[in-house]
Structures are given as C-alpha cells and as structure tokens.
Ligand binder design. Structure first.
Ligand SMILES: C[S@@+](CC[C@H](N)C(=O)[O-])C[C@H]1O[C@@H](n2cnc3c(N)ncnc32)[C@H](O)[C@@H]1O
Length: 272
C-alpha cells in the first residue's frame, strides 16, 4: 500500500497538535449544522462497513465497522472500538483493500491536491453494488452578501487569501464540480444539500451564532488554512499574516461581519 503523498499535495499540517484541535472544533460545527447527522445520503439500509477517506481526527461514526485512512495518524489514544486506522495515500493507485464497502465517506478534502476524477473511480471500484458515496465540502471563495465585510479591510484579507491560493496553483475550488464528477463516474441518484457555514457570531438564532463562533475559532485560532496561501503564496511575513488573521478573527467575533462559506453534502449510489 502506498503511503506517501506527492510533494505539495497537502499543505496543511494535521500532525501538529494545533491541527488536531482545529479539526475537532471544525467537526463540532459541521455536525451541528447538519443537525448532528453524520451521513445524510438516503441509504436504503444501515451500512455494515464504511470507509472514511482523509479521516483526520475521526471522532464520530455510525454504528458499523469503520476503516479510516489518512497519510497522517492523528487519531490519538482510545479510538472507538468499531474504528480501525490505516495509513493510505488516497491518490495512490493501489488502496490495498480486498473487501468492498457499503459507504465511502469523505469530508473537507478540497484542500488536497489530487485528480478527483481518479478518486471518484477508486471510490466506485471500492463500493459494493448499491453502495453510497458521500462527500462533504466547503465551497470557496468565502462570501458576504451585504458588504458588511468591507469594514476594517476584512474583504481585502479574504481577496488576498484567495489570490494566494491561486498563486500557489492550489485547486481548492473543486466542490461545485463534484456532482458532475460523480454522475460521469457512473453514480446514480446523485444529489446534494447546501448549508450555510457562518464564520463569526452572527445569524438569527443562538445556535447560528455559536456555530459561527466555533467555526471562527477553528479557522482563526489555528489558522494554517490562511497562513499558507498568504506567506507561501503572496510572500507576506509570518508576522504580517498572523496580525491580519487576528484582526479578521476579532472582527468576526463582533457579530457585525456577515461572512460565510457554503457547505455541501453530496452523494451518489453505485448501480446494483
Ligand atoms: C481538512 S482535513 C479533514 C479531516 C477530516 N476529514 C475532517 O473532516 O475532520 C484533511 C485530511 O486529509 C488528509 N490527507 C491529505 N492528503 C491526503 C492523502 N493524499 N491521502 C489521504 N489523506 C490525506 C489530511 O492528513 C487531513 O487529515
């Protein structure tokens, strides 16, 4: 089984403790905005075996056997008894499995540089007939519908970040293409839901505000998602980038900047 990712394939460091904390906080928000459902695809029966791609810190899983794969083992002590970790680079040709899966799930892999058509084909091959793929991804760039982010240069920060991503040649914009990639890869009943993922303490309800606060914490207290494009892409110093991130984070916590990302859950069924 291949274990090494191509150079620059994944620029965010999950092995670091900060990376684990970021993923844990992010996980709580992503569960919350989906009403704590881990799988939203209309499965015809509960899965017996599920493959989790790019599993990260892997905290919650359905009540079935789960194999989580990643290039980094960030699981930590005492994984759930139904959970088994394997080191695997999902861009590799041989995933090394003999068994087939009822469900293959992935979340937040849009920051991984890879051939998504190839990934969809690998997923198709590794599912049982009638099995489901479910992918959950954010859709960059970050948005604001009412110009509230023009205060304090926050919009400029996000525009710079977007430019840094592009300068590095990173394709973090795959999300809207995924439903068609699934259809073209042979999946049936491809569908999706869209949920607003707020950054900052705004929204109609206390839950909206708390989710937004937690997402801001996840993104800004451990801000590698922002620092990498700004420093490596645009050549900002670490100090400049950190200062802008801090300013943005503080702005988000005022509740006056209505910044969000669209979060999609997308799925498809392998033919019987
Ligand atoms: C943004 S994190 C998401 C983690 C987890 N899916 C979640 O939603 O919390 C992306 C994960 O993909 C993993 N990853 C990056 N490149 C990979 C590769 N080539 N093969 C397998 N996993 C990879 C990273 O180590 C990291 O754990």
């Amino acid at each position: 089984m291949a274990t090494s990712a191509p150079e620059n394939a994944y620029v965010l460091d999950t092995a670091a403790k900060a990376g684990q904390e970021r993923l844990n906080a992010q996980h709580m928000v992503l569960q919350s905005i989906l009403d704590n459902r881990y799988l939203v695809a209309p499965l015809k029966s509960p899965p017996k075996i599920l493959l989790e791609l790019g599993t990260g810190t892997a905290r919650v899983h359905p009540d079935c056997r789960v194999i989580g794969v990643d290039i980094v083992d960030a699981i930590g002590e005492n994984p759930p008894p139904n959970f088994e970790f394997r080191t695997l680079d999902i861009t590799s040709d041989d995933w090394g499995f003999t068994e087939k899966f009822d469900v293959i799930h992935s979340r937040l892999l849009c920051t991984v540089q890879m051939d998504w058509r190839k990934l969809v084909a690998k997923i198709f091959d590794h599912l049982k007939p009638g099995g489901y793929v479910e992918m959950k991804e954010v859709q960059f760039p970050i948005q604001c519908d009412d110009n509230s982010w023009e205060t304090n240069g926050m919009k400029d920060f996000y525009v710079s970040w977007d430019q840094g991503i592009k300068k590095l040649g990173l394709d973090w914009f795959v999300t809207p293409k995924l439903p068609d990639l699934l259809k073209n890869g042979g999946f049936l009943d491809v569908d999706k839901i869209k949920v607003m993922l707020r950054a900052g303490t705004w929204g109609d309800t206390d839950k909206d505000k708390e989710d937004g606060r937690l997402f801001a914490v996840a993104q800004y207290v451990h801000p590698m998602l922002f620092l990498v494009p700004l420093t490596k892409g645009l050549g900002w110093t670490e100090e400049e980038a950190q200062a802008k991130v801090k300013e943005t984070y503080e702005g988000l916590l005022t509740g006056n900047m209505h910044v969000y990302t669209n979060f999609f859950a997308m799925w498809g069924r392998k033919p019987e």
